[in-house]
Design a protein around this ligand. Structure first.
Ligand SMILES: NC(=O)C1=CN([C@@H]2O[C@H](COP(=O)(O)OP(=O)(O)OC[C@H]3O[C@@H](n4cnc5c(N)ncnc54)[C@H](O)[C@@H]3O)[C@@H](O)[C@H]2O)C=CC1
Ligand SMILES: O=C(CO)COP(=O)(O)O
Length: 368
């Protein structure tokens, strides 16, 4: 890594160069947040590079060229200026070459391929953060995306999750987020500084797995909430599903990682993200359409038609969680997670969500 230095009085410090790997709906908003800060903060280079999975638009133009010409991601975040210091780059290896702060924000199903392309090409002093909500399941067990990044690229990886529906933040409406870090509080503070704005409040907690599992698992609960909406069962039923979903999120996280903290579920990444996604997210919306069609149109078909290139994470995550439950013999402990997957693959009708997700009420004698 070429050392870049700034001189602050007597002291010299590294000047950080940021690259964003991903340029979808949230990736574009992340670039806007970061680009506004790198211009203001002396410790960062102004320019923010954004790797774009190249696409040809219906006009025949390349997406990267249009972003660089108009300063807008016309496909994934129409009508919002990203900042003139954002440079779209279609070449992944070139985009990360000089960066010492990498922000990963691609749909989780593409991360294995992205990491393979980048493996062995990272310099030692690179720090990463993942904004990706999802996990991979390997034969040896589940692997969170931040762990995939850390292991494959040999770099430390924090996470940033929260109640962050991208469109609201693009319009600079108030929102909070949580950075999860492992050991290095100073690094976490650098991420907080890079993302934080008066309308985007970021705090840091020492619980990478807890933060990342909250962001990942709430997408499965959002699918359940969408089923309830599609069947017009009302907000009381949806609140019940969210309550049960939160219990399963917490139980699953704590069974997976002993280190997960109870308090993490009360941060923005926990209950707040669960609420916003179950009311305003894409997973909820597509699951609602699925239930309204009585499960007759597949999630893939509805995703392609209604999201126009944006990607759902909840259906894949439900499948991945189901694999873990099967591997460990835990289906009975997680009836909501189990039922969501079985509805998604057509083994159960959407109406099964209430019937099969309910945990048996605690017997009265146990309460005495
Ligand atoms: N959109 C939102 O409101 C939020 C999204 N997130 C998370 O951020 C992550 C990324 O989501 P978004 O930025 O919303 O993306 P998106 O779903 O809006 O867009 C899909 C992206 O995938 C890219 N893509 C398509 N095929 C690809 C391939 N073969 N290889 C690599 N990339 C490919 C597209 O170019 C596009 O950039 C997800 O894990 C999501 O859960 C987190 C918080 C909020
Ligand atoms: O993670 C999100 C909000 O924090 C976005 O959720 P959806 O992918 O369901 O839109």
């Amino acid at each position: 890594m070429e050392e870049n230095h700034i001189t602050d009085g007597e002291e010299t410090a590294t000047k950080y160069k940021v690259t964003i790997v991903g340029s979808g709906n949230w990736g574009s908003v992340a670039s806007k947040l970061i680009a506004s800060n790198t211009l203001k903060l002396n410790s960062f280079h102004d320019e923010v590079r954004m790797w774009v999975f190249e696409e040809i638009l219906p006009t025949g133009d390349k997406l990267t060229q249009i972003i660089n010409k108009t300063n807008e991601n016309v496909k994934y975040l129409h009508g919002i200026k990203l900042g003139k210091n954002v440079v779209a780059d279609p070449d992944l290896e070139h985009a990360v070459k000089d960066a010492n702060m990498l922000v990963f924000v691609a749909p989780h199903q593409f991360m294995e391929g992205i990491c393979k392309r980048l493996a062995g090409k990272m310099k030692g002093d690179v720090q990463a953060i993942s904004l990706i909500k999802g996990m991979e399941v390997k034969t040896e067990g589940p692997c969170m995306i931040s762990t995939l990044i850390s292991k494959q690229l040999g770099i430390n990886c924090c996470v940033l999750m929260g109640a962050n529906i991208a469109d609201g933040i693009a319009q600079e409406k108030f929102s909070e987020a949580t950075v999860g870090y492992r050991e290095d509080r100073e690094v976490a503070q650098r991420w907080v500084q890079l993302f934080g704005t008066p309308y985007f409040h970021v705090s840091a907690v020492q619980d990478v797995e807890g933060v990342e599992l909250c962001g990942t698992l709430k997408n499965v609960v959002a699918i359940a909430a969408g089923f309830v909406d599609g069947m017009e069962m009302g907000n009381n039923a949806k609140a019940a599903i969210m309550r049960i979903g939160l219990l399963e999120m917490k139980a699953f996280s704590k069974l997976m990682f002993l280190s997960v903290k109870d308090t993490t579920f009360f941060e923005s990444c926990g209950v707040a993200d669960l609420i916003t996604t179950c009311f305003g997210g894409r997973n909820r919306r597509i699951a609602e359409a699925f239930a309204r069609n009585g499960g007759k149109r597949s999630f893939n078909e509805l995703e392609a038609e209604l999201l126009q290139g944006q990607k759902l994470q909840g259906v894949l995550t439900a499948c991945e969680v189901y694999e873990v439950l099967t591997q460990r013999g835990w289906h009975e402990l997680f009836p909501l997670f189990t039922t969501v997957h079985e509805i998604c693959i057509g083994c159960l009708p959407p109406s099964a969500i209430i019937k099969y997700s309910l945990h048996a009420p605690t017997p009265v004698e146990d309460l005495a």
